[in-house]
Design a protein around this ligand. Structure first.
Ligand SMILES: [Zn+2]
Length: 385
């Protein structure tokens, strides 16, 4: 007997109305309601019967039950977003009382040192664990060819590191290390006469800046300059200084060039005055090159590998997790990604909170356990509810 005729037969036998109608010889056409109930009973019976029949077949087709409850759905993720995974970027101006909205970076401000503590106090109370500092010299005459202001002891980054260590002892302070905010030409190192990067001089300078931030009290230094060999140089200098045992070295190992940094450059005033950064940042298609850069930086002593941008480079995050199996992987959801998600939400394409979670969960799924995110203040609220 076929399965469908089995179902028909069982439902027919099970319906007392039909039995009565058969006995009276009445037409089923006169009992439309009865027929409806007959069909629905048959369907419900069919579903029960089908289950018992199909158990001998392919049981692996049944997935829905495993994620029917919201908690069971959350268990499907290897990593759950928590507050301690989040790093919040801060733009620190050398104008001490400045607090200016960055037009291209929604809800994000550039602040002077006098505005930082009042801004952070409520966030720390809500569970903010970590910030990354970007210095932004706004005063005229500060920038030069060597980026001298980068490690000025009175400059915005070193002063802010000291202040935050004192005011928020539990807050983990990361200092981004680069020269582009401080150089007159806007590039991430020291240039040769022909305009190209002098790698050796750049590495010497960048590693000195990193040590200055570490000496000031940064828990972590994060070189984003992409000069060859800077991780090794920084690690060696940390060892020489006797502080290698208490400073995390986070490498922007896989930092891709592209069009997603526009709002950041508005915020940090770091647009190159000529040329671009394609000779030191990675080309968007360069997956193999990124793997080599990650392998190199691990070999040179990086404690954390970062991938940047994040959502357009999920395969690279996955590669970083594969190569750096035994270390934390960070991803930076950059300014252009953040601005794009805001623009989409504003245009009614999606809900901002929903896309913030979906995009960040994608980054975690790819393999990151640390996310640098402009959504951090909102996540501190969202993760509460
Ligand atoms: Zn730079």
């Amino acid at each position: 007997m076929s399965f469908s005729s089995l179902v028909q037969d069982l439902s027919f036998r099970d319906n007392p109305n039909d039995r009565r109608q058969m006995a009276r010889g009445t037409s089923s056409a006169s009992t439309v309601d009865d027929r409806r109930s007959h069909v629905s009973r048959a369907m419900s019976y069919a579903s029960t019967t089908a289950t018992s029949v199909s158990i001998s077949g392919d049981i692996s087709s049944q997935l829905h039950g495993g994620y029917s409850h919201p908690l069971a759905r959350s268990w499907q993720a290897e990593r759950q977003l928590t507050k301690s995974m989040l790093i919040y970027p801060l733009f620190i101006s050398d104008e001490d009382d400045e607090e200016i909205l960055i037009p291209s970076l929604p809800d994000q401000y550039r602040r002077g040192i006098n505005k930082i503590v009042p801004f952070l106090e409520p966030l720390v109370r809500k569970g903010l664990r970590s910030v990354i500092l970007f210095g932004v010299p706004m005063k005229s005459g500060v920038k030069d060819a060597l980026g001298t202001a980068a490690d000025d002891p009175k400059g915005p980054v070193i002063a802010t590191i000291r202040l935050l260590r004192q005011r928020f002892p539990q807050l983990f302070i990361i200092a981004d290390v680069c020269l582009c905010e401080y150089t007159s030409h806007g590039h991430c190192g020291i240039l040769r006469d022909d305009g190209g990067l002098n790698n050796q001089l750049s590495v010497d300078r960048v590693s000195d800046v990193a040590i200055a931030y570490a000496q000031a009290g940064a828990h972590c230094v994060a070189p984003s300059d992409m000069n060859d060999g800077r991780i090794r140089a920084i690690k060696l200098k940390l060892i020489e200084e006797g502080i290698a045992d208490r400073v995390v070295l986070m490498s922007y190992a896989a930092k891709f060039s592209g069009c997603l940094y526009g709002p950041f450059r508005d915020a940090a005033g770091s647009v190159p005055s000529f040329g671009d950064r394609k000779c030191y940042q990675l080309p968007p298609g360069g997956r193999g090159l990124a793997r080599r850069a990650i392998e190199r930086d691990i070999g040179e002593g990086a404690d954390i590998i970062m991938v940047k941008p994040a959502n357009q480079y999920l395969d690279i995050i996955s590669d970083a997790k594969d190569i750096g199996k035994n270390m934390p992987i960070a991803a930076y959801q950059v300014s252009g990604e953040f601005a794009m998600l805001h623009a989409g939400a504003k245009a009614g394409v999606f809900d901002l909170k929903a896309i913030a979670f979906e995009s960040t969960e994608g980054i975690l799924r790819a393999g990151a356990t640390i996310v640098v995110s402009y959504f951090t203040p909102q996540f501190l609220d969202w993760l509460e509810s």
